[in-house]
Design a protein around this ligand. Structure first.
Ligand code: MG
Length: 305
């Protein structure tokens, strides 16, 4: 059952949204938007337009977007904000994870694993202990469309954990076809990771997996909890109740912590990623193909990054 901009699958979803709310297109003009990261102090969203090799900034106080960084063959994809308020980015072009410092300089956090270049870091989250977790599928080296075509050196598409205190980079999962979006549960005891491998191989995975996060930073479990019924899951974030708000081809799907589909926010373009914004974290900002969309929800985003 659809009510305007929402599809209610389970009754509980009626308490997650105001069905009178509208999905608003806030800005358009990109080729493929990704990597939304909200800076509350600036009332601004930083996001990527990967094929145009640019980072954009949407200023919520004016409703205008402008170019933050462009044309350096970085082809930035996923972005997040670390616990010190700094921008952390995945770059296809440089095949690095970087941090933008308050003075504007760019620090390389990870570029190689055991002397081999990363593929093309895709999406990133920062745990409350400061460790940086990211996925490294080959999308950015498969062609020159959203990166620079090159051969992979690692022999696989992995999920990594970086400890920036000593620079230690570890593979925490190596059994993905194309690891993509990732996010922690509010208590950080579960790490969810999407596999969008269906984009690369016939009958490939288009699902979400849930891993147990051990105290030593390794992962256990990893079972599939949800299979995407519309395209693939790409980026996602969680609300304070542990529900997963994830990108899909027809909008944003809201899943229960066990993966049950609760409902959808219908978006007119294919969604790549999203984040919770605003002081109450109840404004869902969605990067969808050429545009940025926003919708006010009746839930609040978890304070995980
Ligand atoms: Mg992604």
């Amino acid at each position: 059952m659809a009510e305007q901009d929402f599809a209610i699958v389970e009754r509980v979803f009626r308490r997650c949204v105001k069905t009178s709310a509208k999905v608003e297109r806030l800005w358009t003009g990109a080729r493929w938007t990704e990597g939304p990261a909200w800076f509350e102090a600036l009332q601004s969203l930083v996001f990527s337009d990967i094929p145009n090799d640019r980072l954009l900034r949407f200023d919520a106080t004016t409703g205008q977007a402008g170019v933050l960084r462009q044309g350096q063959e970085r082809f930035t994809n996923g972005n997040t904000v670390d616990r010190q308020g700094r921008l952390v980015s995945c770059e296809h072009g440089t095949r690095q994870v970087t941090r933008t410092e308050p003075d504007g300089t760019i620090t390389v956090l990870a570029s190689r694993f055991e002397a081999k270049r990363l593929n093309s870091p895709n999406d990133v989250v920062v745990k409350s202990d400061g460790t940086i977790w990211f996925t490294d599928p080959s999308y950015g080296i498969d062609s020159d469309y959203e990166g620079l075509k090159a051969d992979g050196e690692l022999g696989g598409d992995y999920v990594f954990r970086l400890d920036p205190r000593d620079g230690t980079l570890r593979v925490v999962a190596d059994d993905f076809v194309r690891p993509n979006g990732l996010a922690f549960s509010p208590d950080e005891r579960t790490l969810y990771v999407a596999d969008s491998g269906a984009t690369a191989i016939d009958e490939g995975p288009h699902h979400l997996r849930a891993f147990d996060v051990r105290d030593d930073g390794s992962l256990g479990g990893g079972g599939v909890i949800a299979i995407c019924e519309a395209g693939v899951y790409d980026g996602f974030r969680l609300d304070t109740e542990g529900r997963i708000w994830t990108s899909a081809a027809d909008g944003v799907h809201c899943l229960a912590p066990d993966g049950t589909l609760l409902g959808k926010v219908l978006v007119p373009e294919r969604v790549a990623n999203l984040c919770f914004a605003g002081h109450r974290r109840n404004w869902l900002l969605v990067t969808a193909t050429s545009s940025l969309y926003g919708v006010r929800l009746a839930v609040n985003g978890a304070k995980t990054y």
